[in-house]
Design a binder for this molecule. Structure first.
Ligand SMILES: [Zn+2]
Length: 188
Protein backbone atom coordinates (compact mmCIF):
# COMPACT_ATOMS: atom_id res chain seq x y z
CA UNK A 1 0.00 0.00 0.00
CA UNK A 2 1.12 3.48 -0.78
CA UNK A 3 -0.46 6.41 1.01
CA UNK A 4 -0.18 9.72 -0.79
CA UNK A 5 -0.74 11.98 2.15
CA UNK A 6 -1.86 15.44 1.03
CA UNK A 7 -4.17 15.86 4.00
CA UNK A 8 -2.05 17.99 6.30
CA UNK A 9 -2.54 15.29 8.94
CA UNK A 10 0.85 13.93 10.08
CA UNK A 11 1.78 10.55 8.58
CA UNK A 12 2.12 8.85 11.95
CA UNK A 13 -1.49 9.73 12.80
CA UNK A 14 -3.04 9.09 9.40
CA UNK A 15 -1.37 5.81 8.39
CA UNK A 16 -2.63 3.60 11.24
CA UNK A 17 -6.23 4.80 10.76
CA UNK A 18 -6.12 4.11 7.02
CA UNK A 19 -4.42 0.74 7.31
CA UNK A 20 -6.42 -0.62 10.24
CA UNK A 21 -9.70 0.44 8.62
CA UNK A 22 -8.75 -1.67 5.59
CA UNK A 23 -7.78 -4.65 7.71
CA UNK A 24 -11.08 -4.39 9.61
CA UNK A 25 -13.05 -5.07 6.42
CA UNK A 26 -10.59 -7.78 5.30
CA UNK A 27 -9.17 -5.94 2.31
CA UNK A 28 -5.69 -6.86 1.11
CA UNK A 29 -3.67 -3.69 1.31
CA UNK A 30 -0.76 -4.61 -1.01
CA UNK A 31 -0.65 -2.85 -4.34
CA UNK A 32 -3.33 -0.35 -3.32
CA UNK A 33 -2.81 3.39 -3.59
CA UNK A 34 -4.63 5.56 -1.07
CA UNK A 35 -4.63 9.28 -1.68
CA UNK A 36 -5.89 11.51 1.11
CA UNK A 37 -6.36 15.16 0.24
CA UNK A 38 -7.78 18.02 2.26
CA UNK A 39 -10.71 20.26 1.57
CA UNK A 40 -10.87 24.04 1.81
CA UNK A 41 -14.08 23.96 3.82
CA UNK A 42 -15.33 22.22 6.93
CA UNK A 43 -17.42 19.37 5.60
CA UNK A 44 -17.95 15.69 6.00
CA UNK A 45 -15.26 13.55 4.41
CA UNK A 46 -15.96 12.05 1.00
CA UNK A 47 -14.25 9.36 -1.04
CA UNK A 48 -14.25 7.10 -4.04
CA UNK A 49 -12.68 3.74 -4.89
CA UNK A 50 -11.40 2.56 -8.26
CA UNK A 51 -10.69 -0.89 -9.60
CA UNK A 52 -7.27 -0.01 -10.98
CA UNK A 53 -4.55 2.47 -10.30
CA UNK A 54 -5.33 6.10 -10.99
CA UNK A 55 -1.63 6.86 -10.69
CA UNK A 56 -0.12 5.34 -13.84
CA UNK A 57 3.19 7.04 -13.19
CA UNK A 58 3.55 5.10 -9.94
CA UNK A 59 2.65 1.86 -11.73
CA UNK A 60 5.15 2.23 -14.50
CA UNK A 61 8.12 2.73 -12.21
CA UNK A 62 10.49 -0.10 -13.02
CA UNK A 63 11.01 -2.90 -10.57
CA UNK A 64 14.41 -1.64 -9.47
CA UNK A 65 13.07 1.79 -8.54
CA UNK A 66 10.13 0.27 -6.71
CA UNK A 67 12.41 -2.00 -4.71
CA UNK A 68 14.72 0.82 -3.81
CA UNK A 69 11.77 2.87 -2.66
CA UNK A 70 10.42 -0.19 -0.80
CA UNK A 71 7.22 -0.02 -2.82
CA UNK A 72 5.23 -3.12 -3.68
CA UNK A 73 5.16 -4.05 -7.33
CA UNK A 74 2.95 -3.86 -9.31
CA UNK A 75 0.60 -1.20 -8.01
CA UNK A 76 -2.61 -2.42 -9.57
CA UNK A 77 -4.57 -3.37 -6.47
CA UNK A 78 -6.97 -0.47 -6.76
CA UNK A 79 -7.10 3.15 -5.74
CA UNK A 80 -8.90 5.00 -2.97
CA UNK A 81 -9.25 8.75 -2.96
CA UNK A 82 -10.50 10.40 0.19
CA UNK A 83 -10.91 14.06 1.00
CA UNK A 84 -10.87 15.17 4.61
CA UNK A 85 -10.94 18.33 6.64
CA UNK A 86 -7.38 19.34 7.52
CA UNK A 87 -5.46 22.33 8.85
CA UNK A 88 -6.38 24.40 5.79
CA UNK A 89 -10.11 24.38 6.50
CA UNK A 90 -9.59 24.70 10.28
CA UNK A 91 -7.46 27.82 9.84
CA UNK A 92 -9.82 29.36 7.33
CA UNK A 93 -12.86 28.75 9.50
CA UNK A 94 -11.58 28.84 13.11
CA UNK A 95 -14.98 29.50 14.64
CA UNK A 96 -16.58 26.60 12.80
CA UNK A 97 -13.64 24.35 13.64
CA UNK A 98 -14.08 25.07 17.34
CA UNK A 99 -17.66 23.92 17.09
CA UNK A 100 -16.89 20.72 15.17
CA UNK A 101 -17.67 17.47 16.93
CA UNK A 102 -14.20 16.03 16.37
CA UNK A 103 -14.82 12.53 17.73
CA UNK A 104 -17.86 12.21 15.46
CA UNK A 105 -15.90 13.61 12.55
CA UNK A 106 -12.93 11.29 13.01
CA UNK A 107 -15.19 8.23 13.24
CA UNK A 108 -17.05 9.35 10.15
CA UNK A 109 -13.69 9.60 8.37
CA UNK A 110 -12.65 6.15 9.59
CA UNK A 111 -15.93 4.59 8.50
CA UNK A 112 -15.63 6.25 5.12
CA UNK A 113 -12.12 4.85 4.64
CA UNK A 114 -13.34 1.38 5.67
CA UNK A 115 -16.23 1.75 3.21
CA UNK A 116 -13.87 2.52 0.34
CA UNK A 117 -11.59 -0.33 1.41
CA UNK A 118 -14.56 -2.65 1.17
CA UNK A 119 -15.11 -1.64 -2.46
CA UNK A 120 -11.44 -2.41 -3.12
CA UNK A 121 -11.88 -5.76 -1.41
CA UNK A 122 -14.73 -6.64 -3.76
CA UNK A 123 -12.59 -5.67 -6.75
CA UNK A 124 -9.91 -7.99 -5.36
CA UNK A 125 -12.43 -10.81 -4.89
CA UNK A 126 -13.66 -10.40 -8.44
CA UNK A 127 -10.17 -10.88 -9.77
CA UNK A 128 -10.23 -14.22 -7.94
CA UNK A 129 -13.45 -15.18 -9.71
CA UNK A 130 -16.10 -14.13 -7.18
CA UNK A 131 -19.12 -12.52 -8.86
CA UNK A 132 -21.05 -9.65 -7.35
CA UNK A 133 -23.99 -7.72 -8.67
CA UNK A 134 -23.33 -4.08 -9.49
CA UNK A 135 -25.64 -1.24 -10.28
CA UNK A 136 -25.88 -0.96 -14.06
CA UNK A 137 -26.60 2.22 -15.94
CA UNK A 138 -30.32 2.59 -16.65
CA UNK A 139 -32.06 3.84 -19.75
CA UNK A 140 -30.96 7.41 -19.17
CA UNK A 141 -27.33 6.32 -18.90
CA UNK A 142 -27.24 7.09 -15.19
CA UNK A 143 -26.70 4.52 -12.52
CA UNK A 144 -29.40 4.21 -9.83
CA UNK A 145 -29.34 6.49 -6.82
CA UNK A 146 -26.36 5.93 -4.59
CA UNK A 147 -28.26 4.46 -1.65
CA UNK A 148 -30.00 1.84 -3.80
CA UNK A 149 -26.92 0.49 -5.55
CA UNK A 150 -26.25 -3.09 -4.46
CA UNK A 151 -22.52 -2.48 -3.98
CA UNK A 152 -23.24 0.44 -1.66
CA UNK A 153 -25.71 -1.55 0.39
CA UNK A 154 -23.14 -4.35 0.74
CA UNK A 155 -20.45 -1.85 1.75
CA UNK A 156 -22.65 -0.20 4.37
CA UNK A 157 -23.59 -3.54 5.89
CA UNK A 158 -19.96 -4.67 5.86
CA UNK A 159 -18.78 -1.58 7.73
CA UNK A 160 -21.56 -1.99 10.28
CA UNK A 161 -20.71 -5.65 10.72
CA UNK A 162 -16.99 -4.92 11.07
CA UNK A 163 -17.78 -3.09 14.34
CA UNK A 164 -14.82 -0.75 14.01
CA UNK A 165 -15.16 0.49 17.59
CA UNK A 166 -14.25 -2.99 18.85
CA UNK A 167 -10.73 -2.80 17.38
CA UNK A 168 -8.55 -1.54 20.21
CA UNK A 169 -5.69 -0.44 17.93
CA UNK A 170 -8.05 1.40 15.62
CA UNK A 171 -9.85 3.11 18.51
CA UNK A 172 -6.51 4.32 19.86
CA UNK A 173 -5.46 5.57 16.43
CA UNK A 174 -8.75 7.45 16.01
CA UNK A 175 -8.45 8.94 19.49
CA UNK A 176 -4.98 10.26 18.68
CA UNK A 177 -6.45 11.89 15.58
CA UNK A 178 -9.18 13.52 17.68
CA UNK A 179 -6.61 14.91 20.12
CA UNK A 180 -4.58 16.30 17.22
CA UNK A 181 -7.59 18.02 15.64
CA UNK A 182 -8.62 19.57 18.95
CA UNK A 183 -5.10 20.88 19.56
CA UNK A 184 -4.99 22.22 16.00
CA UNK A 185 -8.13 24.25 16.64
CA UNK A 186 -6.70 25.66 19.87
CA UNK A 187 -3.42 26.74 18.26
CA UNK A 188 -4.23 28.20 14.85
ZN1 LIG B 1 -19.38 3.35 -1.77
Amino acid sequence: MIILNRSGIPDHLLYPVVELAGIAVHARTDGVVVRVSQSYILCWPYGIAYRDSKYPRLCTLDEYTLQRACLPCPLDGGTIKVTTVGPRACHRHPYGAQRMDWPAYCWMFTELVAHEWFHVREFQDERQGVQYSWAAAGLGGRRPRWETRPEEIRAQLAVERARLCDYVDLVQAVNRLVVWFKALVLTP
